[in-house]
Structure formats: C-alpha cells, structure tokens
Design a protein around this ligand. Structure first.
Ligand code: ADP
Length: 329
C-alpha cells in the first residue's frame, strides 16, 4: 500500500538553523501518527513541508501520492499551531465561512456537534473560552471532511473534558479511514491516540514505532518510588537496583528513592525491608514505564550523541531544553 504521507530525507535550514536534517517517515491510510519532540525539534517545519506551506531544501515530500502543493485542498485538513480567526464571528459563522471554501463541505452544525459545541454556535469566537476556541479551530480543519489531516498541538489549552471530546473525534476520524498526523507534548495523548509515534530531535526522527513497542524497547524497567528523607545508601542491602529519581520525577518535599525492576508482587518485600531497617517513608508508588520514560531516555541518548559529536566545546545547552521539555510533557 502506498503511504498517504511520506517524507524522505527532508532537509530545511533557516540561515544558520537546521530545522530538518534528513527527516523520514511514512504514514498509511487510516493511521494516527503522533510527532513528539522538544520545542525547536522541527515538528512544525516537518508538518509545513508535508502540507506544502514550506519548500524543503532537500529530500522528498509526498502527500496522497503527489507533491504536497499539487494536492487538492479539499482532501486536506490543517490545524496550525497558531491560528486566530476573527473574534466577532460566531462559531457557526466561522465554520460556515470555512465550509464555503470547499465544493462539498460538511454541515457546519454537524461539525459543531462533533467538537462538542452544539450549544455554542451563536457565541462570538472572542467570547468562547480558550478551550472552546481551540475546538472551533479543530472543527475548521475538518469541515471539508478531509482524507488526511495535520493537527499541530490540537488539544493545547483545552480542559480535560474538551480534550476527551477531541480525542474521540480523532479516533472516529481514523476509524472512518482518515489519516491523521498530529504533534503533541502530551505523552498520554500520544499513547492513547497514536498507532505509531515518531520522536523528532534535532530535525530527524530518532525513533518510530507503536507506543507499546517504543516502551518495550526504550522505556526501561518498572519503578517503585519511596518518598523518604533517607539516603539511597540506606537501601544498600536491598536486592533490587536503587537510584535517585530522574529530574522532574521527584515531586516530594522530603526526597525520594526509586527501586527499579520490581513487579507488584515484590512490593511486600520492600515494605518488609523498610520496616526491618527502620527507614521512614511517607508514600510508596509503583509505575510501569510509559511513553514519558521513552521520551526522557531518547532525549538523554540524543544529548549524549550530540555531545560526542561536538566534543566538549559543543555543549550549547540545547540538551537541557530537551530534558526540560520531557519533564513537563
Ligand atoms: P518545533 O515545532 O518542533 O518546535 P520548529 O519546526 O518550529 O520546531 O522549529 C525548528 C527550528 O527551526 C527552530 O530552531 C526554529 O527556531 C527554526 N525555525 C522554524 N521556522 C523558522 C522560520 N520561519 N524562520 C527562521 N527559523 C525558523
């Protein structure tokens, strides 16, 4: 089957800045593909190259089998990250305006209902909440019933209930055969929606696969977090690997120690150990690795590779940004 969206070694530079450094991916019909990666990794540039709004310097982009600029706009839906329609149009008027740009659009009221705004059709855009505004924007990208849509951070700024409405909408789209490429900083969103996830770093895809496969390959071991003021050395006699939590994992005021590679049935042994050693703790929590662990692990690897490439003088701090983005994702 020919891919609906295809990037082959895409390159793009802006002056000194390399935005895309040989990015390749292929997305099949009906697939949901989530692009993740820190700010500045090149996600928006990749989406723009694939939708024909920027011309790559090298490589090849194909959309529905054609160069992106040749594709019938009626088959394509695009939600840019920054999108601010006129404020003094109602939600319905806005969707009707966008519907009017196409030969065979959907009924704007059906689209309003799909994005959970059936009751807000008469409200001016500027009077909608931020989350409702974003949902109108999502609706505007879908009003032409596209075959393929690109959603750049579709749920940023939307409250949890609205986010679920958009998630269900994306799932319904994919069920009907629409191909969806989205970008997100929300790892739960990527894990829930995406058939495949691609991690973009420094302008190229450093890992791609289903969330499950990525977690299996890069997620590392499960962890039991012990909220305690005790030093990790107090755990020396425990038969499991112990470490201080990664940056961003430690939300406690007392500090925490992480016990790795442990199954739920083995937690009792750790509790017995803590009591036998007289180690005081305030909370225990167990977690399997998830996509956030994958992100952090790959961010770490990319940073080490970059440092190795550039030598000591090359530490320019970008990797810190990568790690920080992972913490807040
Ligand atoms: P992301 O969407 O992952 O945050 P972008 O694709 O927006 O990344 O940006 C990748 C890099 O290219 C960044 O360093 C950004 O500053 C730069 N860049 C993107 N668009 C432009 C532009 N139009 N002019 C100059 N630099 C740009």
């Amino acid at each position: 089957m020919e891919a609906v969206v295809e990037a082959t070694d895409l390159e793009k530079t802006y002056g000194e800045t390399v935005a895309l450094a040989g990015a390749s991916l292929a997305v099949d019909r009906g697939e949901v593909f989530a692009l993740i990666g820190p700010n500045g990794a090149g996600k928006t540039t990749l989406v723009r190259a694939l939708t024909g709004t920027t011309e790559p310097d090298g490589g090849r982009a194909r959309l529905l089998g054609e160069p992106p600029t040749a594709v019938d706009r009626g088959r394509l839906g695009v939600l840019p990250q920054e999108f601010s329609p006129p404020g003094r149009l109602s939600a319905r008027e806005l969707l009707s305006y966008y519907a009017g740009l196409y030969d065979d659009p959907r009924d704007p009221d059906d689209v309003l209902a799909d994005v959970g705004l059936a009751d807000a059709g008469d409200t001016w855009y500027e009077d909608l909440s931020g989350g409702q505004q974003r949902r109108v924007c999502v609706g505007s990208a879908l009003v032409n019933d596209p075959d393929v849509c690109f959603l750049d951070e579709p749920t940023t700024g939307i409250d949890p209930a609205g986010r679920r409405t958009v998630w269900r909408l994306i799932e319904d789209l994919a069920d009907r055969g629409t191909t969806v490429v989205l970008t997100t900083h929300d790892m739960a969103e990527a894990e829930r929606l995406a058939d495949r996830v691609g991690l973009l770093a420094d302008g190229s895809l450093v890992a791609q696969g289903s969330p499950e496969a990525l977690v299996r390959e890069h997620g590392g071991a499960s962890r039991l977090t012990v909220e305690t003021a005790a030093d990790p050395e107090a755990f020396d006699d425990l038969e499991y690997p112990v470490e201080r939590p990664e940056r961003g994992r430690d939300r406690s005021s007392t500090g925490a120690v992480v016990v790795r590679d442990i199954e739920p049935a083995e937690i009792g042994a750790v509790v017995d150990f803590l009591e036998a050693e007289g180690i005081e703790y305030t909370e225990l929590s167990w977690a399997e690795p998830d996509l956030e662990d994958v992100y952090l692990a790959l961010a770490d690897r990319t940073e080490r590779e970059r440092t190795a490439r550039l030598g000591d003088a090359g530490g320019d701090g970008d990797g810190d940004e990568l790690a920080r983005a992972g913490e807040t994702a």
